[in-house]
Design a protein around this ligand. Sequence first.
Ligand SMILES: Cc1ncc(C[n+]2csc(CCOP(=O)(O)OP(=O)(O)O)c2C)c(N)n1
Ligand SMILES: [Mg+2]
Length: 353
Amino acid sequence: MIIPVSSGGSGVPRAAANMDMKLGTFTEFSPDVALSVHALMLQARVFEERLIAMYKQGDGYFWVGGPGEEAFNIPLGLLVNKGQGLDHDFLHLHYRSAATLLAMGADPVDSLRQMKNTATDPYSRGRNFVGHASIRKWNVAPISSPIEVQFSIAIGTAEAQRKTKSKGITIVQGGDAGTAEGDFSTCLVWSSRKGSELPILILVANNKYGISTPYEGQHGEVCISDRGKAFKIRGATIDGNDPEVSWAAIGAAMHYVRTERKPFLLEAMVSRLHGHSSASGANFVKNEIDCIARFEHKLEERGLLTRAQMNEMRAHFTAELLEASKRVRKEPQPLPETIWDYVYADKNRREVN
Ligand SMILES: Cc1ncc(C[n+]2csc(CCOP(=O)(O)OP(=O)(O)O)c2C)c(N)n1
Ligand SMILES: [Mg+2]
């Protein structure tokens, strides 16, 4: 019943999605794509729920993640040209991007390891808190806790791709509130210089909050994507709670950036289903759109899955991740003597002097 997905790059069944290259118009997923996308969305959600449970049980110090962004982040991960080097896409993601990485083929257990800060955590060797991946073989730059810095850093990989005329593009993603920071403006300026435009897809996940500050009252512009207009950057604002809309829009925006070698600013309206982070309790928020509940309703209407089958899938993912969290609990913590490993500090500095 759980459909395996060939994730990332050329393995993605793109044609089956009937993607229209015109932004804003789309057609339904074919049944196989609908089922694959749904399975990944559900796995991503259950995985976040497991991380929250781990945090609440004391198996971690902090939780931040992306329940409510699955309808946008799963299509994003499936459409990436995954690999290492300039001919593949570079990703400068944010702390709500676990679903994107899952769709690219990341093992969710590695995030459980980062939550538990084990030495086996491949992203930070137990140094960073959950949601901070770093995957060199897929051009995934280290995710940063200071918000928005990725928008300045992304200029570097996009500029390298421009100068070397390579095939890859740069993808950078952040939240709505972070667009008030200078790094976002820096990105707009650098990506749109006349004759030196950058192949960069600028993504804003607008969940209408910056921690506890509501979106209303913080923005003079109608849409964040309108901010590209002054720079002649093409843009769109879409319903990021709909995976079919998201797939079509991301696919079309990527196609534009890949072929025109120019920037595109895509804003996705998404939900924040467990609040900002563990700092605000991480409990389920009822008054937001739940993209999975909405998509499941469609799948039922189309006769692709029954409620019983979806419940069974949820139970399967829940049991699988619970089991994994128990295994991770037994994995070793980093040894104290490794504290200076993987940091810029020169541990031999005193001896050299
Ligand atoms: C440079 C910087 N300033 C402030 C913070 C504190 N901070 C953490 S998350 C956050 C809100 C971010 O809101 P938004 O960009 O909308 O992203 P969201 O968390 O809603 O996805 C802030 C202000 C930070 N981490 N880094
Ligand atoms: Mg926000």
